[in-house]
Design a protein around this ligand. Structure first.
Ligand SMILES: Cc1ncc(COP(=O)(O)O)c(C=O)c1O
Length: 393
């Protein structure tokens, strides 16, 4: 049977990570895969998570399955984190799922089940995995204009014009904050315009929020999601704890549904559970148990918030630092957009030749789109990086 299968090419980004790892150059800089790194280039377990691990190890007495819907403290804590008081409605329900990806997949299967004629509209560009993920669920996928790579700016008018023609068979996939790959987020006015269009035209917003707290702060980063939530009759939210809790390998996420009334909410809950049952049966416990403990305990929450604020501030400082270093070198190209953008990513906006030269001559690794992981920059490598960028420009 397997004779019919061909060997698939490796994921381009994982290939870049492997090449960087194998590179013996001591000056190498890894700006590829989207994992937060400290000044020392590590991704350590957060202190708040360490403390929750100690507590969980002492308290956990069994490894039997948890409830299919997930850990109750995790769900209420995450709902509150994303939506605050707005979460207190009987129209809203959440299911714990394996990571942001698992959450997006349950959401996609839900769309396919509820409306086989639906079209999902993703930003151009979007997170690379959105495409295979949605397609695997059999969904029809199209793009709305989002980011102008030539001018490093939002295509706001084109975006609004495209989605203003959509209707009830359409789902608009939005990045809650820290747009991946561009770092360019919707302004409050644009969030408001999208919410109004969703109400007027009847399309369903599907918000993917994987970086809450990485942009400005925990509250500001979800202002757009809340704006939509408060206005629309129906929406979906896929959330991830991989980045902001540093729980990447623990596959910790949640898919949420806002529906028109309590009865439809129960339909969403039972259908989502049925979809999950058919894919992985029961949710993984560990990461969600840790997040549940952190968000339930005031002291742990405070420690986590401080750690998150530190990660966020480091990335914003690095954005400013890199631009300053490039200006010091007399680089003419305007990189000021990097400072305005949010989260872990921005496009450098350089061409393929320049990306290749950075890699072959300077051992500086980034995605083929020129997307860089801001957290891969440090006080130690920023001068080297700026020298190299100035040289290839
Ligand atoms: C935009 C976006 N959504 C979702 C995810 C999924 O994260 P995970 O499945 O690791 O929780 C990521 C991860 O890189 C992402 O960038």
């Amino acid at each position: 049977m397997f004779e019919s299968l061909d060997i698939l090419p490796p994921d381009p980004l994982l290939g870049i990570a492997a090449a960087c790892k194998a590179d013996p150059n001591p000056k190498k800089v890894d700006l590829g895969v989207g994992v937060y790194k400290t000044e020392a280039g590590d991704t350590p377990i957060l202190k708040s998570v360490q403390q929750a691990i100690t507590q969980l190890t002492a308290e956990e007495k069994s490894k039997v399955y948890i409830a299919p819907q997930g850990n109750a403290d995790f769900i209420s804590g995450m709902q509150n984190l994303i939506l605050g008081d707005l979460a207190n409605t009987d129209r809203f329900v959440s299911i714990q799922a394996p990571g942001g990806t698992g959450s997006l997949r349950i959401g996609s299967e839900m769309i396919a089940k509820a409306n086989p004629n639906a079209t999902v509209w993703a930003s151009d560009p979007t997170w690379a995995n959105h495409v295979p993920l949605m397609k695997s669920a059999g969904l029809n996928l199209k793009n709305y204009p989002y980011y102008d790579t030539a001018n490093n700016a939002l295509k706001a008018d084109e975006m609004l014009s495209t989605i203003s023609k959509l209707g009830k068979d359409d789902i608009v996939l939005l990045h809650g904050c820290c747009h991946n790959p561009s770092g360019e987020d919707l302004t409050p006015e644009l969030w408001s315009a999208v919410a109004d269009l969703a109400v007027e035209r009847g399309f369903t917003p599907f918000v993917d929020i994987a970086y809450q707290g990485f942009g400005k702060d925990l509250e500001t980063d979800v202002a757009g999601v809340r704006e939509i939530f408060a206005k629309v009759p129906e929406m979906m939210i896929a959330s991830s704890c991989s980045k902001n809790f540093g729980l990447y390998r623990e596959r910790t996420g949640m898919i949420s549904f806002l529906s028109e009334n309590a009865e439809k909410k129960e339909a969403c809950r039972t259908n989502a559970l049925s979809i999950a049952r058919g894919i992985y049966s029961m949710p993984p416990s560990y990461g969600a148990a840790l997040v549940g403990l952190i968000l339930k305990d005031e002291n742990l929450t405070k420690i986590w918030q401080e750690e998150l604020a530190e990660m966020c501030s480091r990335m914003n400082t690095l954005r400013t630092l890199l631009i300053g270093k490039l200006q010091e070198r007399g680089v003419e190209k305007d990189f000021s957009f990097i400072e305005r953008q949010n989260g872990m990513f921005s496009f450098l906006g350089i061409n393929k030749d320049q990306i290749d030269r950075l890699r072959s001559e300077y051992a500086i690794y980034m995605a083929g789109s020129s997307r860089i992981n801001i957290a891969g920059i440090s006080n130690n490598n920023v001068d080297y990086l700026a020298d190299a960028i100035a040289a290839v420009l």
